[in-house]
Design a binder for this molecule. Structure first.
Ligand SMILES: [Zn+2]
Length: 268
């Protein structure tokens, strides 16, 4: 107690105007962390109340520090920092652990899925609060943590939920070109550029996708936890479609670093 008090006191003395802004407290998911200077760590947080924010945890790289080595990706906690307008980096004064989720690292498929989810949130979240995205990411991390079998299949479902929340759901009920409804027993093709399924008349060549496959995508993106898990025999086409769709609509300028690992895990 004495040690943490003395650190806080020194911090306050060094920056007296901190006193003017009361610290805020919000639930936060650590999406990314990297060393800063000799002893500190910068964290990219998806917060419940203030969207995506960057904080510096001073002293967090020291062997014995007041954060206690818990500032790792996928961890959730109550973050305290001074939110001063016009700033881009805030000083983290306290981070109380809610859930560590370090078990995600035990399964490579789960780790790859969680990394991809974190990367999507880093790429698309803003400083505006987005409670649904926060909840979806936290739920996904929980499921990947608790998964006893290979976590990649449930990871795929979470990734589609996130893509849906970001507003990029592919059209799977009707042909994206002619608008005709696609009955469940009719196979179609996929037109990534146009953003969804295309009937065989409109797109004469390419791999066929079944109505079952189209509904698997819709079921996953609906976020319904009771939706059946997708058929593993479709894993090759699932990974191909996700990759093409992401590359065309979300990440054409800059590929996602964790995507190749997730693709590999999904197909294995
Ligand atoms: Zn058509």
């Amino acid at each position: 107690v004495a040690k943490s008090f003395s650190i806080r006191l020194r911090l306050t003395l060094a920056t007296p105007n901190l006193l003017a802004v009361p610290p805020i407290s919000t639930r936060a998911l650590i999406l990314h962390g990297f060393p800063y200077g000799e002893t500190s760590r910068i964290l990219r947080l998806l917060t419940f109340d203030h969207g995506l924010r960057s904080v510096v945890a001073k002293g967090a790289q020291r062997p014995r520090n007041r954060f206690g080595g818990i500032l790792e990706p996928f961890t959730e906690g109550e973050a305290h920092f001074n939110l001063r307008e016009g700033r881009e980096l805030f000083t983290l004064t306290e981070f109380s652990l809610l859930r560590s989720r370090q078990a995600i690292g035990r399964d490579l498929g789960g780790f790859a899925a969680a990394s991809l989810i974190a990367e999507l949130a880093l790429r698309f979240a803003t400083e505006e609060p987005f409670p649904q995205l926060y909840a979806a990411a936290a739920t996904a991390f929980d499921q990947l943590c608790d998964s006893t079998r290979s976590a990649a299949p449930s990871g795929l479902r979470s990734i589609w939920i996130i893509i849906g929340l970001l507003g990029y759901l592919p059209e799977m009920r009707a042909c994206v070109r002619c608008g005709r409804d696609l009955p469940p027993d009719e196979s179609s093709r996929f037109d990534a550029e146009a953003g969804g399924a295309a009937c065989r008349g409109c797109r004469p060549t390419g791999r066929l996708i079944s109505g079952t496959f189209r509904s698997e995508i819709l079921d996953m993106a609906s976020g319904n936890p009771n939706a059946p898990l997708w058929n593993p025999s479709n894993r090759t086409i699932h990974s191909a479609l996700l990759q093409t769709f992401l590359a065309t609509h979300l990440t054409s300028d800059r590929p996602l670093r964790s995507l190749p690992l997730f693709m590999e895990q999904l197909k294995s």
